[in-house]
Design a protein around this ligand. Structure first.
Ligand SMILES: [Zn+2]
Ligand SMILES: [Zn+2]
Length: 154
């Protein structure tokens, strides 16, 4: 698969051994978070490790780490990319009320990819399923306390 080739192109082993301190810090932030952080959130956390790190450095490090296959990037429409410590293929559920993003995996997704490929006549490389809805916390709340806002931001 092309992804493997890409990951192997930079052969510093698999780990953070050959990384600059900045890249290591960025990778650590992503790996230590259980969520899916945006570049801005990663920048804020990386500054606690390396106070002098710049946003551009964080951003470039994220690009590098993604290319090296050390982290994943997820995009939803026009929203800011989120970075994922889980690099294996998996699916996401996103809460429209609080913005929570959850990992899940379905065996069926691969079958879905075949169907989607047949329908679109694309040669499939990967498929991502995103379930959009209300997380358990948000769906427990009565509608009134959520206000009108399915679009409310965190
Ligand atoms: Zn929620
Ligand atoms: Zn994920």
């Amino acid at each position: 698969m092309t992804l493997d080739k890409k990951a192997r192109r930079r052969s510093d082993g698999d780990g953070s051994g050959g990384l600059t301190p900045q890249r290591r810090a960025v990778l650590r932030v992503v790996r230590e978070s259980d969520g899916h952080l945006t570049a801005a959130e990663i920048f804020a956390a990386a500054q606690k490790l390396l106070p002098k790190i710049s946003y551009a450095t964080v951003y470039n490090s994220l690009r590098y780490l993604k290319e090296a296959g050390l982290l994943g990037e997820i995009t939803f429409g026009n929203a800011a990319s989120r970075y994922d410590r889980e690099t294996a293929r998996h699916d996401h559920a996103v809460c429209t009320a609080c913005g929570k993003l959850l990992d899940f995996d379905l065996a069926e997704t691969l079958g879905l990819m075949k169907l989607a490929a047949r329908r679109s006549r694309f040669k499939p490389a990967s498929i991502h399923l995103t379930l959009v809805g209300l997380c358990p916390d948000c769906s427990d709340q009565p509608a009134a306390s959520r206000g009108s806002g399915v679009r409310r931001k965190r």
